[in-house]
Structures are given as C-alpha cells and as structure tokens.
Design a protein around this ligand. Structure first.
Ligand SMILES: [Zn+2]
Length: 566
C-alpha cells in the first residue's frame, strides 16, 4: 500500500502495556477475571438485600470491596481496549475486548443491586448513616449515586438492561468505531489515513486543502447509509432508555452524570449561541487576511501567513515537558515520565484508533496516552492536552477508582490548562511576527472549535434526538440537513459549508457518548478561568490548582471552583 506519511521521529514511540499485563495470553488476565468472579459472588451473598441494615463502618467496608472488584475488572478492560486501539484489525484483540465487555456486563448484573439498594434508602436513613466518620471518604460518591434515585428501575429490570446492552447499544458503538477505523482516503491516487487527510486542512495551499476536503467527503460517502442507520439506532435506544427512566429531556441523564443541572447547561448553550457573532466576525476578518471573499469550510484552519514548520517528536517532547516544568517542577517530572517510561503510543499507524485519548484512571497503574502524531502545531497541543489528563490521573489516583474518576465537566480541566501552558511556551519561542500572528490565529480558532463549535454540535444533537423522538427514523439526507443547519447558524455568511453535509458522520462522540460535546465548552471555560487566575496571581495558584487535580471526582464542580478562588 502506498502512503504519503512523512517521518516525524515518532515512528517507534510505542507504549509498553506490560505494566498492566504481559500480552493478551498472559495467564494473569484469566486469573484476575476468575478472582473478580469469585469476589462478586461472595459480595452478593454477603450484602444482597441487606444494605439498608448496614452501619456506617460496615457500609464503608462494603464500598471498599465493591471498588476493589471494580478495579480488577477495569484493569482487565483497560488492557483489552488499549491493546485493541493500536491494531483494530487484529481479530484476537477484538475478541478480547468482546470477552471482557461480556464479562464486565455479567459482573455488573451480579452487583448492581448494591447501587440500587443505596439509592433506595430513604433520605433520612441515608443522611443518618452518612454522619458516620467511616463514610467521610465516600460522601460525595454516595450522594451522587443517590441522585439517580428517581431514574432507576427494579433490580431484575436493570439486570436485563445491562445484559442486553452488550448485544445492543455497545455493539452498535463498536461497529461504528470499526467502520470509521476502516475509512481510507484516496488522495491523488495514494491511500492515506483519515488523520493525515484532516491534517492537510492546515496547509497554506488552498488547492491542497480543497482536494483533501473533497477526498474526505468522498471517503465518507461509502457506508454513509449504514452509519446513519447506526446513528438512528443509538438515538432510538437512548429515547427508550430515557422514557423508561423518566428523564425529562434527551440531555438530562448526561447532565446528571456530569454532576451538573439542565439549567446550568442551558445557560451555557444560550450564552454561546448568543455570541455566534464573534465566530462570524472572526472568519470574515480571516477571509480578508488570507485574500478570499469568503472562507469555504476547508479554509477555516488555513494558516494566515506561511506554513508553520513541522516539529519532530523530540522537539515536541521538549516543548511540552518544559512548559509543564515551568509551571511547577512536579508537573514537568510527571510529564517526562510518560516519555521515559513508554506510556505513550505516538505514531500514525495503519488500523490504529484515530484521534487521541488518555486512559486516565487505570487502577493500580499510571495512565496511558494514545495519539496520532503528525508534527504540526495541533499535534504539539494535542500532546500537551493528553498529558494534562495524564497529570490529572496521576495526581488523583491515590483516591482510588471511585473518587478519582471525574465527571466530563471537570475532566478537561488539566488538559485545557496544559494546552494553555504549552501555547504560551510556543509563543515565547517564536520571534517572527508573521508566525506569531499564525500562532495567535490558531489559538483563536482552537477556542472557537472548543467552545462555539462544540455548542453548535450540541445543537445538532439536540435537533437529531428530538426529531428522532417526534418523527421517527431520520433519512441520511435529513441528518445532513440538520447538521448543515446547525453549522449555518454558527457561521452565517462567514463560511461556505457547501460540501460539508456528511462530515457529522466522522464524529465518534455522537455515537459513543450522546450529549458529550458541550462538556468541552464547559471544561474549556472552567480551565481558562483558572488559567486566568494563574496569570494574574502566579505561583500562589500552583498549590490550589494541584489540590483541584488531586481531588479527582471526589468533590462537585462548584466546590472545586472555590478551591481556586472562582
Ligand atoms: Zn480531553
């Protein structure tokens, strides 16, 4: 196969998963699954039907054991998913994911009584038992779980929902992931990865951008009907779930899980939508700066001056680690360990998962980072972003799995903060005024992408979920209309979106985590508010910031905001 991959120095930067398990045939995988199985049966025998009678001390002991079981399963699941992510076409890897998913669901069905019985406690009994000092560590976790009380089903019903989800919604999600992973872009007779094609949208040459965009549009065409069907199915599944669980709107369950409210999220959406004019004014100005009457959708990321030069993997490492170290030596040390100890999988590789992620809370083990490094400015900031998650996960890990796990609303705090630190560094390193303008424009565009564009995508989801509920199955053409409508509201006349109609279908969040995208805007604004205080107050903000990260998900967002004086 021909590819046009340029060398970046990241070609051999593969992660070493042996801190989790040696290989997919490591006998410890099976023995851990067996141990979780036995512990789950013993847990059920001991506590089923008895949670209401437990004292605070007994309840604390039970939660610790429940967390220990979950940690074993999560560790196995992380290994399976990480192993799969670097070669999604390898059948044994897919089979391991499937086996672990099935096993996890089987254990969930055994154990879900515990959360249900906690939720069923009446308020008085729950608050009385929470008075016990033994439960101090679990108070927020316990109260968060009880917030789902009005939306829970009976135990036999919950068991059926959980078991059937393996062959239902999670199977559809995986199918979608595999369909996207297999998308290949044909550009001038050469086959390139989706990532590489998207990276060309940052080119200074308009022809390069246009032909890359057209090649992406062509690549998204085959299978569009199938992907639309998968999308429809997931929309339907969610509407059934919301009806059975009595959630008032399509986004309510997500908001509850995000530790926020429908009102707070609506306020965020309204605030962003009411200032779409900022986006429109910026792109109108940009069109002038790049000498066009109007931007096309593929011009949005064009550099304003000359093409910024690419950086090698080693240069990116140096820039990002020193940005973290300048903020606080401890942050630099943690970032450096990801490189030195092979916790990152960096290169673009065939059949590898696209995009980037950090597996943040892997029980008993440090986080892992996956990315597709292409050497451009965006790639450096992505590296900084994922290492921010890595820092967050490393600092919160001592809290244990349940308390370290953050809701989506605060999950992006350290990642966005790390991007801001790294951007400052890039700006200091660049002396040429044209390139500085480029960098600043890039930063504005990233902010538009994270705040306004994610909110416009939330508006698309809002329309799709509601229309699926009111009118039934959506045709591919109708999904396209809803998508373009959301984008036209965002851009008005500042960007021509002709040809952009099927690009909704490469965004995995719509399928894997409905309602996710607004959390980017929420998290970005939250993190930048902290960063602003750091800029004003300097080093005195370092410790409070670390305190926020060390708190993981053990405190609600408002309380975290107070720690940093917001
Ligand atoms: Zn992130």
């Amino acid at each position: 196969m021909t590819t046009t991959t340029e060398l970046t120095g990241a070609e051999d930067v593969a992660w070493d998963l042996s801190d989790l398990y040696d290989a997919s045939d490591d006998p410890r995988l099976e023995s851990d699954i067996d141990e979780a199985d036995e512990a789950a049966s013993a847990f059920r025998d001991r506590y089923h039907g008895k949670v209401a009678d437990l004292t605070a001390a007994e309840l604390a002991e039970a939660i610790e054991e429940r967390e220990r079981i979950e940690s074993i399963v999560t560790r196995v699941a992380y290994f399976a998913h990480l192993h799969f992510a670097t070669d999604m076409a390898d059948p044994p890897r897919g089979a391991l994911v499937a086996r672990v998913t099935e096993k996890g669901a089987a254990l969930d069905t055994q154990l879900l009584f515990f959360g249900l019985e906690i939720a069923e406690l009446d308020d008085e009994a729950a608050e009385a038992v929470l008075e016990g000092p033994e439960l101090e560590h679990w108070r927020h976790w316990f109260r968060s779980l009880r917030k789902f009380r009005p939306h829970l089903l009976s135990e036999p019903e919950e068991k059926i929902v959980t078991e059937k989800s393996v062959s239902g919604v999670s199977a559809w999600g995986r199918l979608y992931e595999e369909l996207l992973g297999a998308v290949k872009v044909d550009l001038d007779g050469a086959e390139i990865s989706f990532e590489e094609a998207m990276a060309k949208l940052y080119s200074a040459d308009r022809d390069v951008r246009r032909s890359a965009a057209e090649a992406v549009t062509s690549a998204l065409d085959p299978g569009l009907r199938t992907r639309t069907y998968v999308f429809n199915t997931i929309l339907l599944d969610k509407s059934v779930d919301d009806r059975l669980r009595d959630y008032p709107t399509w986004i309510s369950s997500r908001n509850l899980r995000n530790d926020t409210t429908d009102e707070a999220v609506q306020a965020l959406v309204d605030a962003a939508v009411s200032r779409y004019d900022v986006v429109q004014r910026y792109y109108t100005l940009k069109a002038k700066l790049v000498g066009l009457d109007q931007l096309a959708y593929y011009d949005r990321m064009a550099p304003i001056g000359e093409d910024p030069s690419k950086v090698s993997w080693d240069e990116a490492r140096e820039i990002v680690v020193s940005a973290y170290a300048d903020f606080a030596p401890e942050a630099g040390d943690i970032a450096e360990r990801f490189f030195a100890e092979q916790w990152i999988d960096a290169p673009v590789r065939e059949n590898k998962r696209t995009g980037a992620f950090c597996a943040t809370s892997v029980p008993g083990v440090h986080p892992y980072v996956l990315m597709n490094f292409t050497g451009d400015r965006r790639s450096i900031l992505t590296l900084a972003h994922e290492l921010g998650h890595g820092l967050h996960g490393s600092l919160a890990q001592p809290l244990g799995l349940f308390n370290a796990d953050t809701p989506l609303t605060t999950a992006e705090t350290a990642s966005v903060f790390g991007e801001a630190l790294t951007f400052k560094r890039l700006l200091v390193l660049e002396e040429d005024p044209h390139r500085r303008l480029n960098l600043l424009a890039g930063r504005i565009e990233d902010s538009i992408a994270t705040v306004f564009r994610q909110i416009s995508m939330n508006r698309f989801e809002h329309a799709a979920h509601n229309e699926r509920r009111d009118e039934g199955e959506l045709a591919p053409e109708r999904v396209e209309e809803l998508w373009l409508d959301s984008q036209k509201k965002l851009f008005a006349d500042s960007v021509d979106v002709d040809g952009y109609g099927t690009w909704w279908s490469y965004i995995p969040h719509f399928l894997s985590t409905p309602g996710y995208v607004y959390a980017y805007a929420y998290g970005f604004l939250f993190a930048l508010a902290i960063f602003r205080r750091y800029e004003l107050e300097g080093d005195s903000m370092v410790e409070p910031y670390f305190d926020v990260l060390r708190s993981g998900g053990s405190k609600p967002p408002e309380e975290l905001a107070r720690i940093v004086g917001l």
